[in-house]
Design a binder for this molecule. Structure first.
Ligand SMILES: [Zn+2]
Ligand SMILES: [Zn+2]
Length: 649
């Protein structure tokens, strides 16, 4: 009897060894059709591999990352089969999956370069091979036989890989005429693959070493339905249009300068306006929740970062210390704000009645990133965290977590992120020695996070073993308008820094106790958050936030004075407005300002000047008719009030 435990802890018994596919089938035909791979005691297996002992299993479909990985890695084999068909003698390096899709590093014969046409040819062949419905078959092979096989094939890349493997662990996968050295897992059959797109080619050194041969890396993505590929291609097109670097330029939000240095964003006036608006918003929310703002310098002594442990983590590969010329003191650009805040906590003794202390700062930090890793505002070397540290008693942890979750909900609501999930990261139960802090405190903290999430009705997944060594945490992920996932803010419990800095408070029992520290940054960083927000909204920010809410467009120069009067009136009414008084046709002005994503376009000519009115156009929606300037101001202020109503007052 084989006992199979399912994720819901229910147990199914089978009289003899059984495959993942058969288990799925015993549950439902629909599941059998959808399932792609199976995890057996935590290891992902082929659906067709016999499970011979009692096991805990989980079935993966396209909805699971593991299912997609099985699908895409099998697609890499299918692509290799197609490439070998057209270019016999090709040597195959490695073919792993990436976030979306897969690649294979190949060494094509006779220095062959793949053209756009070749790529299409390979795509077609892949589909043709998939339609042959060849089973993908796993077999075990001895090291010497594997070596022999790839010597015969004259593939020294695979020979090198085999030489590093242990005998008895080597497996091959075959489909049709193609056999690859591979650990798996794979789909049962190539016919699962219904839609194929080879997305790009790049050069890649064998094993990432520049002393080695340059191979061709062919990227692709595949789907179990044509419709999914079509949607994906539309999404890619849309993502290109929404690239925050492109929109950032069009809206004049930020720039980079080689003279200043790589990865160091410069916020232009409009971007600064946007950022200040976000910061003011968060400051108001935080004030409501009892936070106090602090300010700290951009550098701190090396000694402090040695005490905190950050020197060990960020010191070696980071920016080098700054030394004072006369005293030889050493400072680091700050990689984290925490130690500075800790020293603020310590400036005066605390009693249990003083806690929690909630300290917030938009703190700019500096972390070295390799130049090749830099990307727009999402990977930079200087960024500002919407940071805060909460110092509390262990019994206050749950309440504090709930309050931070509230703040994050408010932010998501104000910015129209409707689709979010959170991951609770807990200890690895098998390795308790990995973690600092008492078991009792950990138990309490984990329980507090789980309960806080439950009580707030948050949609969560729980991952064992994903906690930091110094405490459990909660991470927020949002799905943007294109369905892409972004990791944003974190709430992290920390037992380590209070210990290292010997933080204390005097308890009701008159004894000294150690406070718990919570690090939290709902946006993560202003830079990354603005990038995500741009791509989510395509630059069409909510009215309360957008840097310029209205632009006045005089029909001709004759009405520039009236336009100025309107704009001045709006500005003193707390509406951010500008004028476009260039000597251009009105149609051109409308187009240019729509590109800047200014929500309201106010057209003024003779009739408007005479009657003290404006002709209102709403970006992307068209005409809103004529209003008096005062009516328009009230209208905008009401829209802003409605967007923010109840969020922080
Ligand atoms: Zn493989
Ligand atoms: Zn921190």
């Amino acid at each position: 009897m084989i006992r199979i435990t399912l994720p819901d802890k229910s147990v199914k018994e089978f009289p003899e060894p059984i495959t993942g596919y058969e288990i799925a089938k015993s549950i439902s035909n629909g599941l059998a059709k959808a399932v792609l791979s199976v995890s057996v005691n935590g290891e992902v297996w082929d659906l067709t591999r016999k499970i011979t002992n009692d096991a805990s299993i989980k079935l993966y479909t396209w909805e699971d990352r593991e299912g997609k990985e099985t699908f895409w890695h099998s697609s890499a084999h299918l692509m290799a089969e197609a490439i070998e068909f057209y270019y016999p003698g090709t040597k195959f390096g490695i073919g792993p999956t990436v976030d979306t899709g897969f690649y294979y590093d190949v060494d094509l014969p006779d220095g062959k370069q793949l053209s756009e046409k070749d790529m299409q040819k390979i795509e077609q062949k892949m589909l043709e091979l998939a339609r042959q419905k060849n089973d993908i078959v796993r077999s075990e092979i001895s090291k010497s036989d594997a070596m022999k096989m790839f010597i015969e094939k004259d593939d020294e890349l695979k020979q090198e890989l085999i030489s590093e493997l242990e005998d008895g662990t080597i497996t091959l996968y075959n489909q049709g005429n193609f056999t690859d050295l591979c650990r798996g897992p794979h789909l049962p059959n190539a016919e699962y693959i219904k839609a194929v797109k080879l997305t790009s080619i790049a050069g890649a050194y064998w094993r990432g070493d520049e002393h080695n041969k340059m191979l061709t890396r062919v990227y692709g993505v595949t789907f179990p339905k044509q419709k999914l590929l079509d949607e994906y291609l539309v999404m890619l097109e849309e993502a290109k249009k929404r690239d925050h670097r492109k929109i950032g330029k069009e809206m004049e939000l930020f720039t980079f300068s080689e003279m200043v240095g790589q990865g160091l964003p410069l916020w232009l006036p409009k971007g600064t306006q946007l950022r200040m608006q976000l910061e003011d918003f968060l400051k108001k929310v935080q004030k409501k929740y009892g936070y106090e703002q602090v300010m700290t310098p951009h550098i701190g002594s090396v000694q402090m970062y040695k005490t905190s442990g950050h020197y060990e983590k960020y010191g070696k590969d980071s920016f080098q210390p700054i030394s004072t010329p006369a005293e030889g003191e050493e400072y680091l650009l700050k990689p984290m704000n925490c130690p500075h805040h800790i020293e603020i906590y310590k400036w005066k003794p605390k009693s249990y009645k003083d806690l929690p202390v909630r300290m917030a700062e938009f703190g700019t930090v500096y972390r070295y990133e390799q130049s090749g890793e830099l990307h727009g505002l999402t990977r930079v070397r200087s960024f500002t965290q919407d940071d805060a540290h909460i110092f509390c008693r262990p019994d206050q942890l749950k309440d504090e977590f709930k309050k931070v979750i509230d703040i994050i909900f408010i932010i998501f609501k104000a910015l129209d992120f409707e689709n979010y999930t959170a991951q609770i990261s807990l200890r690895d139960p098998d390795n308790p020695e990995k973690y600092i802090g008492s078991k009792e405190n950990w138990d309490k903290a984990e329980q507090a996070i789980i309960e806080a999430c439950e009580e707030k009705g948050l949609n969560t997944v729980t991952e064992l073993g994903e906690a930091a060594f110094y405490g459990p945490k909660l991470d927020f992920m949002i799905k943007d308008a294109l369905g892409r996932n972004w990791q944003l803010g974190t709430i992290q419990v920390d037992y380590n820094l209070p210990e290292r800095f010997k933080l204390e408070y005097i308890g009701a029992d008159d004894n000294r106790h150690r406070p718990v520290m919570i690090h939290r940054a709902p946006f993560g960083s202003m830079e990354r958050f603005v990038a995500v927000l741009i791509e989510h909204t395509a630059g069409k920010f909510p009215l309360w936030l957008t840097p310029e809410q209205a632009v006045v467009l005089p029909i001709s120069e004759k009405y520039n004075d009236y336009a100025k009067k309107v704009s001045n009136f709006l500005n003193i009414s707390d509406i951010r407005s500008v004028i476009d008084d260039r000597n251009e046709k009105i149609g051109r002005k409308i187009r240019d300002n729509e590109l800047k994503r200014i929500p309201y376009l106010l057209i003024v000519g003779e009739k408007e000047a005479e009657t003290e009115t404006v002709s209102v156009r709403r970006q992307g929606e068209g005409d809103r008719g004529i209003m008096s300037t005062g009516e328009f101001a009230d209208f905008v202020l009401k829209e802003v009030r409605d967007q923010l109503s109840g969020l922080y007052n």
